[in-house]
Design a protein around this ligand. Structure first.
Ligand code: NAD
Ligand code: DAU
Length: 342
């Protein structure tokens, strides 16, 4: 298997490439990544020089770059995306461009060679929108409510149209919130861990009662390998863990794992259109992919905290760059008007 992994220098892409390099010794990997603010080529520096690995800096919206990168590849795993909901509220255009148009460019190139085995489109449980009761199943109606989730829904619908119209062997996975090493510190878990290390405030949106299903990133990676090997073309698979927690509960787990005083927690003005709850039914992935998650939250969060503790240069270099301006813009006024935890 010669995989083209787009967005391989980002959080899940990095963990996925590492997973494949150690668990599938006969597979080789080409990474195509634009290296936006979220991508780090050095995450994969251990593999530079390996015959099984090559890195190409390029944009999935650029047909020439995509053609060169896909040459000789038998399967595509598309992680490349703009991924942060808060940034999508500020700048929807970049999301539509990469998360929809980029998918079209990849599919157009993919369909030129019908010997290719799978186009795996990495999607998200956010396409279901906020779930009041029960769990989302793959047949549920899509109700994306942010520019990010709407773009991801557009990308996967387009991918599925290439299955129906052209017979492209598209498989789609919809995962819940991932956490683990190498996650860019704009997202809740790494932001709160690194802020705790720095003695900075932990800004919880709204009442902290929004619920997410937390999936350790390595469990997501094992599901994706199973989807490549066993997924049926034209099929969608939810990937999650059932570790449903409020943001407040996640925050307290991080406080405990980092030995931080709760007085650093602040309730700040909520995210616009903030989805209250996501929860996915993963019985299809369990039955058809023979996959199950292995890492409970206590174990996963301890591993994650250890990784950030052991790799301060990784996140400190990010937090001292462009991130500083982003953080000021997103949080400074809201933190001035914030409330302490009771
Ligand atoms: P990330 O933001 O950490 O990484 C995204 C990567 O894509 C970066 O390396 C970036 O440089 C690259 N990229 C962005 N635009 C590109 C372009 N136009 N061309 C080429 N490369 C480009 O994201 P992540 O959290 O690792 O998410 C990866 C995928 O998984 C995304 O498709 C996301 O929607 C999906 N997903 C993420 C989660 C989660 O909890 N993080 C959950 C479900 C699904
Ligand atoms: O559900 C899957 C999705 O999970 C992925 O598709 C997205 O790419 C990924 O970013 C993630 O989206 P969320 O918006 O759920 O993740 P985030 O880490 O930004 O926020 C998690 C929860 O924490 C959410 O309810 C908002 C809240 N939050 C987030 C931040 C950054 C806070 O309370 N404070 C914060 O500072």
């Amino acid at each position: 298997m010669n995989l083209l992994v787009t967005g391989g220098a980002g959080f899940i892409g990095t963990n996925f490439v590492k997973y494949v390099m150690s668990h599938r010794p006969n597979w080789s990997v080409t990474v195509l990544d634009k290296l936006t603010y979220a991508g780090r080529r050095e995450n994969l520096s251990d593999y530079e020089g390996s015959e099984r690995y090559r890195f190409i800096k390029g944009d999935i919206c650029d047909p020439v770059a995509v053609q060169g990168a896909m040459e000789g590849c038998s399967a595509v795993v598309n992680f490349a995306a703009e991924t942060h909901v808060d940034r999508s509220i500020d700048d929807p255009a970049s999301f539509v461009r990469t998360d929809v148009e980029g998918v079209r460019v990849l599919l157009e190139e993919f369909k030129k060679d019908d010997s290719r085995s799978v186009f795996l489109q990495i999607s998200t449980d956010e396409v279901y929108g906020s779930v009041q009761n029960g769990r989302s199943s793959e047949e549920d109606t899509l109700d994306p409510r942010s520019p990010y989730s709407a773009s991801k829904a557009g990308g996967e619908l387009l991918a599925m149209s290439y299955f129906s119209t052209f017979g492209v062997p598209v498989v789609i996975t919809r995962a819940s919130n991932n956490y683990g090493p190498h996650q860019y510190p704009e997202k809740l878990v790494p932001l709160f861990i690194t802020n705790a290390f720095e003695g900075e405030k932990l800004p919880l949106y709204g009442d902290g009662g929004n619920m997410r299903d937390w999936l350790f990133v390595t469990d997501h990676c094992s599901a994706l390998v199973a989807a490549i090997e066993k997924g049926r073309p034209g099929r969608i698979y939810n990937i999650g863990d059932g570790q449903e927690m409020t943001n407040k509960e996640v925050t307290f787990a991080i406080l405990e794992a980092t030995g931080t005083d709760p007085s650093l927690v602040r309730f700040i003005e909520d995210r616009l259109g903030h989805d209250r709850r996501y929860a996915v039914d993963i019985s299809r992935a369990r039955e058809e992919l023979n996959w199950k998650p292995d890492t409970d939250f206590q174990t996963g969060i301890a591993l994650t905290v250890d990784w950030y503790r052991d790799n301060p240069q990784w996140w400190q270099s990010i937090k001292s760059g462009e991130f500083r301006e982003y953080y000021k813009k997103m949080y400074s006024t809201r933190l001035e008007n914030s409330e302490r935890i009771q």
